[in-house]
Design a protein around this ligand. Structure first.
Ligand SMILES: NC(=O)c1ccc[n+]([C@@H]2O[C@H](COP(=O)([O-])OP(=O)(O)OC[C@H]3O[C@@H](n4cnc5c(N)ncnc54)[C@H](OP(=O)(O)O)[C@@H]3O)[C@@H](O)[C@H]2O)c1
Length: 375
């Protein structure tokens, strides 16, 4: 059972996890990159972090901007930077020998595939952040805590983490973990790729003319927007089918993660408390686009092409976002070349990521072949 955890990323998701872990008796060190100190500096200036909402109180946090300290503090490193920041963090981590360390990337978005050169014990990836949370001038607001998140280890050459690693990972999360067959199943279950880019794109005029003065889900996810999301979701599910996966719909995944029972996108947008009070961002220059288009939609689109799945709805969103922002996301995003999957044939891709057995739980993980990371 890890008594200490290093959290790499000092934003709302990292702070919420840090506060939760400390409340559960763990020692936590939060790392923020030297050029991404805005939230860490506020906590330092005030001497503590104020949490409100689903977590309440003042939290004293240990902070560092020295990756060496974070690596020495714990053998469990939890990455809570956006996937667009993972390569910056990777650059720092590459300097260390981490063969006794375990990394959990929240969310993964296939971090393991770009971290191939890292000398690390094992990597786990989640689909979503365990908390819905935001920073504001007063501190951290936790809008919701998920009931469940999806997770999988990166399995290389059939070598799975030791069963003790699964139990240790479960120990740091206060919610149920759904163990998936692969990091690809987890990435396809990051339903932010279904919700965010279309909600931004189809409300772009309103975002720019009001500087985001409306509620993104409640006012922006209307029946026509929901229809467009359904088209994206059908492609995502077909990609899963081509890999032998039975993916749930985006609404079902969201319902499962938040412990809700909404009938459809519009019902969720109007009535889900962690969603229906979220204000729209003030510009399109926001991670709903800059993270979810390159690191989810581009990945799904290029996977679909390799698997012979028609991805026109996803491609349409990417092209429109590229036209609106001027950014070549197909080139800069997590396409198969950047994920080091481009040389695989269709059959090899399917063989590598198809489930070869039912989803594992902590209870039914068979004795692994990999030397356990010591957590
Ligand atoms: N918060 C939520 O409710 C929520 C829900 C679902 C999923 N997620 C996902 O969870 C992850 C973390 O969320 P968050 O809200 O905590 O994100 P965030 O505030 O945007 O970023 C977390 C931390 O990473 C830093 N960072 C950003 N880019 C970086 C880079 N290139 N190199 C190094 N550090 C960098 C940020 O610094 P700056 O402040 O300088 O950018 C911040 O300190 C994201 O992938 C997000 O999509 C969050």
């Amino acid at each position: 059972m890890p008594a200490r955890v290093s959290i790499i990323g000092a934003g709302p998701a990292g702070f919420a996890l840090a506060a939760d872990l400390q409340n559960h008796g763990k020692d936590v060190l939060v790392y923020s990159h030297p050029t991404h100190q805005q939230h860490a500096n506020k906590v330092k200036d005030r001497g503590s972090l104020r949490a409100r909402g689903a977590m309440e109180g003042f939290v004293h946090l240990e902070l560092t901007s020295d990756m060496g300290e974070a690596v020495a503090f714990s053998n469990l490193l939890v990455l809570t930077v956006p996937s667009t920041g993972q390569e910056t963090v990777l650059h720092k981590l590459k300097k260390f020998s981490l063969h006794l360390h375990t990394i959990i990337a929240i969310p993964g978005n296939l971090f393991s595939l770009i971290a191939a050169e890292l000398d690390v014990g094992c990597i786990f990836e989640t689909n979503l952040s365990p908390y819905s949370c935001r920073m504001d001038k007063d501190g951290l607001t936790v809008l919701g805590r998920k009931n469940l998140i999806y997770i999988a280890p990166f399995v290389q050459r059939g070598r799975r983490p030791h069963p003790s690693a699964y139990a240790a990972i479960q120990d740091i999360f206060s919610m149920e973990l759904r163990w998936c067959s692969s990091i690809l199943e987890v990435c396809l279950s990051n339903v932010n790729g279904v919700f965010h880019p279309l909600m931004m794109l189809l409300n772009a005029g309103r975002i720019e003319s009001t500087a985001g003065d409306f509620l993104l889900y409640r006012d922006g996810l209307t029946p026509s927007v929901a229809n467009a999301m359904l088209a994206i979701d059908r492609v995502r599910i077909k990609i899963g089918e081509a890999l032998g996966l039975q993916l749930k719909s985006a609404v079902e995944v969201s319902n499962e993660c938040y412990g809700q029972g909404f009938a459809d996108f519009v019902d969720l947008a109007r009535n889900s408390p962690p969603h229906n009070k979220l204000r729209a961002p003030s510009t399109l220059d926001n991670r709903n686009i800059s993270e979810d288009v390159p690191d989810l939609l581009v990945c799904w689109c290029t996977l679909a092409k390799k698997l012979g799945v028609d991805a026109s709805p996803i491609k349409a969103v990417i092209v429109l976002v590229e036209m609106a922002t001027g950014v070549d996301y197909m080139e800069t995003g997590r396409n198969l070349r950047r994920l080091n999957l481009d040389t695989l044939s269709q059959a090899e891709l399917i063989a590598r990521f198809s489930p070869d057995e039912p989803s594992r739980t902590v209870a039914n993980v068979v004795a692994g072949e990999m030397i356990p990371s010591r957590l």
